[in-house]
Design a protein around this ligand. Structure first.
Ligand SMILES: N[C@@H](CCC(=O)N[C@@H](CS)C(=O)NCC(=O)O)C(=O)O
Length: 200
């Protein structure tokens, strides 16, 4: 198995956690995004959107982190990272969608703003996206009521949030101490070897 990867990419990190949880061996191909290697004709044949991660498993080429993780779950079901029942699966997918389309993009916008020279940073934009992350944490607090993880067991839903939640301090977002479920959940996530190995 081969993973086209970029170390700081949160989407690639999601896939690396799943590969580690399932103890799958793979080779990493570093795609230097700063040099534009994602736009070479060779790479675009793998992913026409020109983005990492891409996974190749024998003849199968999969791109988009959430789809790669679904593929890995289908093909290598042990240990399971998806509930067996339809309601549980729907819950995991709803949370992955919330992460991919709201939480991770907000984190990306904050990161992009902080990457600019201070004088060029847009304070209003920074505040808006930081608030997006804080509001997202409040939503997670209620999803975590009475649970250790976002679904019944540790799942693809928890994994989706790891890159962003482990980066909140660097983004200037404090987890409100009143969000006790979220605090406990982040502590549990940090203890997993698959997540600790990322050194986030
Ligand atoms: N929805 C995609 C997003 C992947 C993505 O945006 N990857 C970024 C790096 S974190 C990328 O390859 N960017 C290169 C570019 O847009 O030129 C996924 O989940 O895999």
């Amino acid at each position: 198995m081969r993973l086209y990867d970029y170390p700081d990419c949160p989407f690639a990190q999601k896939v690396r956690i799943v590969l580690a949880e399932k103890e799958l061996e793979y080779e990493t191909v570093f795609v230097d995004l700063r040099k534009g290697e994602q736009r070479t004709a060779e790479f675009l044949k793998l992913n026409p959107y020109g983005r990492v991660p891409v996974l190749i498993d024998e003849e199968v080429v999969v791109y988009d982190s959430t789809l790669i993780n679904e593929y890995l779950e289908d093909e290598y079901p042990h240990p399971a990272l998806m509930p067996e029942d339809s309601a549980g699966k729907a819950r995991v997918r709803t949370l992955e969608d919330f992460c991919d389309n709201s939480f991770l993009p907000s984190a990306g916008f904050v990161q992009a703003e902080l990457g600019k020279p201070e004088d060029d940073q847009d304070a209003e934009r920074l505040q808006r996206y930081r608030k997006g992350l804080s509001d997202g944490l409040v939503r997670l607090e209620s999803f975590l009521t009475g649970r250790e993880f976002l679904a019944t067991e540790f799942s693809l839903a928890d994994i989706a949030f790891v890159p962003a939640v482990m980066n909140l301090a660097r983004l200037g977002v404090e987890v409100d101490p009143r969000l006790r479920n979220v605090h406990a959940w982040i502590g549990r996530l940090r203890q997993r070897p698959s997540i600790a190995a990322l050194n986030l």
